[in-house]
Design a binder for this molecule. Structure first.
Ligand code: PMP
Length: 376
């Protein structure tokens, strides 16, 4: 293929708002220590590999057929997992939804509840994909601000809900890139306000994006505990982080059945492949083993935060598997210095800050050693 345009080639009718956009994504570089996209550093164990491979073999024998469009077996397994993980009751397949990563789950939310004439709201600094879901669904985008310490002021957030009247508010807990969890009373307050702040007096759909929830510190309850009384709440999760299955692409959410039904309308038919369903189900059977790794990553995170503070840096208290640290007058130079030493982290978030994913103890040691060298 040549990049040279053909003479008289017609102009593509690309949507004007996409004309100068680059595809989203962190650099995928071939570097020994990858601490840049909040992956789980532990590959699946041989026991998980064997069970996943066997399940995929069974699924493969039926690949001439389309997959189960409603994937109720997987939805039931996810409901059971959530009930256990967050100590809640009353969830079944009708409360669950899943797609190819929680990115797609949230796109479904915007497809169902956003659209022309409607607005999505979040609070910066936050996950940079949110405005892209809005753009791609022709939904207007408004970003409020977090406080200096990256917390959310419940009254200021409520005031913005009343002013903007969004169809959807996206609230990650813990937040990416800061690691800040939302207190449950803030979520409850916003749910109360959101009952009538949507379009035409309807509710605003409150999405609590709990992609990193399994890494939360003890005593931080999940928003799942609020589901029963709030039909306008959706709690989104993913198998990309705690389960160490980023490559499998399985995200999911829990919500009232009526909300899930709205997502069933906008999904493409058979969006979740038989292979994906088989992989997720097989991995869920290994929940206990995978959660033991989550506990060790939490300890590793807390040790790394202590190390950063002891070395005179700021580290934002984190309930996730990453830490935002700084502040640097030239953060790019620090990022580049680490990369030159084989350690890739993420240059993201407010100016002066960098984000590092919690890796294995060996990876953390490589990172801290390189950082000491870079900072002289
Ligand atoms: N939400 C947040 C806050 C994230 O940081 C990410 C991934 N970086 C996602 C959602 C999407 O993850 P996935 O599509 O892999 O489930």
């Amino acid at each position: 293929m040549t990049a040279t345009p053909l003479p008289d080639a017609p102009r593509l009718p690309i949507r004007p708002e996409l004309a100068h956009e680059e595809p989203y994504g962190a650099p995928q570089l071939d570097v020994p220590i990858l601490l840049n996209v909040n992956e789980n550093p532990y590959p699946p164990s041989e026991a998980v590999v064997a069970d996943v491979a066997a399940a995929v073999a069974v699924a493969t024998r039926g690949l001439n057929r389309y997959p189960d469009r409603e994937f109720r077996k997987l939805r039931t397994a996810l409901a059971t997992y959530l009930e256990r993980e967050s100590d809640v009751g009353g969830l079944d397949a009708d409360h669950l939804w899943a797609a190819n990563g929680s990115n797609e789950v949230m796109l479904h939310l915007l497809q169902a509840f956003g659209g022309p004439g409607r607005t999505a709201l979040s609070f910066a600094p936050t996950y940079s994909m949110y405005p892209e879901y809005a753009r791609d669904t022709n939904t207007a985008w408004v970003a409020g601000r977090r406080e200096e310490d990256f917390s959310l002021d419940p009254e200021a957030a409520a005031a913005l809900l009343r002013e903007v009247r969004p169809a959807v508010v996206l609230l990650p807990s813990p937040n990416n890139p800061t690691g800040t969890a939302l207190p449950l009373d803030t979520v409850q307050h916003l749910l109360d306000v959101a009952r009538t702040t949507g379009p035409d007096g309807a509710a605003t759909v409150v999405v609590i994006d709990e992609a990193y929830a399994e890494f939360r510190r003890a005593g931080v309850p999940s928003a799942l505990t609020l589901l029963g009384a709030n039909p306008h709440l959706a709690v989104s999760r993913t198998m990309s982080k705690a389960f160490g299955l980023a490559g499998a692409r399985l995200g999911y959410l829990a919500a009232a059945p009526a909300l899930v039904d709205a997502l069933r309308v906008v999904r493409l038919p058979y969006h979740l492949s038989a292979v994906t369903q088989a992989v997720a189900l097989a991995a869920l059977a290994h929940t206990d083993e995978l959660m033991a790794q989550v506990a060790s990553l939490r300890d590793e995170r807390d040790a790394l935060a202590t190390w950063l503070l002891e070395h005179g840096l700021d580290a934002v208290p984190s309930d996730a598997n990453f830490i935002l640290f700084g502040k640097f007058t030239d953060r790019h130079a620090v990022w580049q210095g680490l990369l030159d030493r084989g350690v890739l982290i993420r240059e993201t978030g407010p100016d002066g800050w960098l984000r590092v994913t919690v890796g294995t103890p060996q990876e953390t040691a490589a990172f801290t050693q390189a950082l000491v060298e870079v900072l002289g």
